[in-house]
Design a protein around this ligand. Structure first.
Ligand code: GLN
Length: 547
């Protein structure tokens, strides 16, 4: 049976619970334990797959095809443990399971209620994989006191109560606001937040206090006293220069020790922090800098391209350089010449996206990169736009486009070189889709294999010809245009094993121009940078030496 750490937040949202959970996971691993991190989200969407990145940041996709919260990305980047569909659940999913059972007659004769039916469903979720790891770290989204969150708090309270004593602990994150006028850190909101938790029967064992200023010892004593937490379990969490400092920083202030103490694990195994020292060495001792233009649509929001940003950083770490990404709104290039905007960058990346808005700008960015011989990395939509660019400007299909743009009742103003995928093979069976299907969970999702052409740039970068990467898309480059495009030097260098779905394209003779239909950024880790990001940044470094 696993030990459980429940992680909750109070006072304000966006305190970085996901990062703290991920860092704690990494620290427990450094002590030799196996961990699994999971997220319970109180919103009513069944999953975040249908939410705009503006609402909820990036959607993180697992190997087994779930569209999940971006915190699962943090978990995976910090622990290296591949996230699974069963690592994430929302109120929407829980309620939809309960209602399905009700219709089926599973509860026949009973009145269905939040307690016990909804809370039981949550507890069943928590028990998944109980025997697999030493620790399960379960983060509850939102803030204590939120109406939607209550069933989750009630469920974790019950869960801890039903387990043998000492097998579950509660870690609560709060904020100590600083009043500049009086030069004071205030502990009252933390006290209130803990009071709120205790009112629903949860007494935190560890308090992580976010603060922009050093927490004086006296204040730490006060928090311990008023919140009924051991002094050593009041953990200060200060702002960091990089998120990858979190494991070392939390270790220095005793988070892992406090957690092990709360479980009465003594003596605690000694931690091996070499992995994180190496990560920090690569960040702090980077030599030089490359500038990468990321031409996308959701550029105002930091979290919309979270994994891309991180994977670029990892690519930099692999080459011991700093990567400075700059986010440029693709729509600008629909009005203006991209040259003044893109000149001076050492590489260009066009990330994934949905809908027609901004696509003409992305096509122009691809054209610029191809003509000026600047490294170009097209991811998912970014690959599709590179193919459309080549179809229009090299293969003479002047009206090449995608069915995603304006496909109504079979009519489009474009020749669709990218079309709505209606059938594909997944493992041993065939998946079928129609354009009128539900939008949620119906894309080509999760890990699929691809075969790479011998001697291609991608095969060199990966060091192998058989790969598996995560997908999330509804549209696909039409293989019918392969010959026409290859004749113009756009090589289809990665294909699905059945040879039907183009997975990777690359411009031959270009220093680095690769488009991939999948999302490599999701599998990159600071201690294991993704080979394509490592190679992309290597090419960017070479460009930087030329200018
Ligand atoms: N909108 C495109 C599709 O559905 C690309 C998706 C993506 O970039 N993730 O195929």
């Amino acid at each position: 049976m696993a030990r459980y750490v429940f992680i909750t937040g109070g006072v304000v949202s966006s305190l970085g619970k996901g990062l703290s959970s991920a860092a704690l996971g990494a620290l427990l691993q450094a002590r030799g334990y196996t961990v699994r991190l999971r997220k319970l989200d109180p919103y009513l969407n069944v999953d975040p797959g249908t939410m705009s990145p503006f609402e909820h940041g990036e959607v993180f996709v697992t190997d087994d095809g779930a569209e999940t919260d971006l915190d699962l990305g943090h978990y995976e980047r910090f622990t290296g443990v591949s996230a699974r569909a069963s690592d994430s659940v929302s109120s929407g999913r829980i309620y939809s399971n309960v209602l399905e059972k009700e219709r089926r007659g599973d509860y026949l004769g009973k009145t269905i209620q939040v307690i016990p039916h909804v809370t039981n469903e949550i507890k069943d979720f928590l028990r998944i994989g109980d025997a697999e790891t030493d620790f399960q770290l379960c983060e509850i989204g939102g803030t204590v006191g939120d109406i939607e969150g209550l069933p989750f708090f009630e469920a974790i309270r019950q869960f801890a109560q039903e387990r043998p004593r000492g097998e579950c602990i509660f870690m609560h994150l709060t904020l100590l606001p600083y009043l500049a006028a009086s030069h004071e850190l205030k502990t009252k909101p933390t006290q209130h937040s803990v009071k709120e938790l205790r009112a629903i029967g949860i007494a935190p064992d560890v308090l992580v206090c976010r603060s922009e200023h050093p927490i004086p010892e006296g204040e730490r004593d006060k928090i311990a006293l008023f919140c009924n937490v051991r002094r050593e379990a009041v953990i200060p969490a200060y702002d960091l220069s990089t998120i990858y400092e979190a494991p070392l920083a939390y270790h220095r202030v005793g988070l892992d020790q406090a957690v092990l103490d709360a479980f009465s694990i003594s003596p605690a195994p000694r931690p091996d922090m070499r992995r994180w020292h190496d990560v920090m060495d690569r960040i702090e001792n980077a030599e030089g800098e490359v500038r990468v233009a990321v031409v996308g649509k959701y550029t105002q929001l930091e979290d919309a391209y979270k994994s891309i940003r991180e994977a670029l950083t990892h690519g930099g770490m692999a080459n011991r350089v700093r990567v400075r990404p700059e986010w440029i709104d693709a729509e600008i290039f629909e009005r203006e010449d991209p040259s003044p905007w893109l000149e001076g960058f050492h590489a260009i990346l066009v990330p994934g996206g949905f809908g027609e808005r901004g696509t003409e700008g992305k096509i122009r960015a691809a054209e610029f990169a191809r003509e000026r011989r600047i490294p170009y990395f097209g991811i998912c939509l970014g690959m599709q736009m590179a193919v459309i660019e080549a179809a229009r400007n090299l293969a003479g299909i002047k009206d090449a486009g995608s069915e995603e743009f304006d496909f109504e009742a079979g009519n489009t103003r474009f020749t669709p070189v990218v079309y709505h995928l209606k059938e594909w093979v997944q493992g041993a069976h065939t998946v079928q889709r129609r354009p009128e299907d539900d939008k949620g969970g119906t894309m080509r999702l999760g890990a699929y294999a691809a075969e790479l052409a011998e001697g291609s740039a991608v095969a060199r970068a990966y060091g192998t010809t058989r790969i598996e990467e995560r997908h999330r898309h509804r549209y696909e480059v039409d293989v019918a245009y392969r010959d026409a495009l290859e004749a113009q030097g756009l090589r289809f260098s990665g294909m699905s094993p059945d040879g039907k779905l183009p997975e990777i394209v690359e411009h031959e003779g270009h220093p680095w121009f690769i488009g991939v239909q999948f999302h490599p950024e999701l599998k990159s880790k600071p201690f294991a940078p993704h080979p394509l990001f490592a190679d992309f940044i290597r090419a960017a470094v070479e460009t930087s030496r030329l200018v």
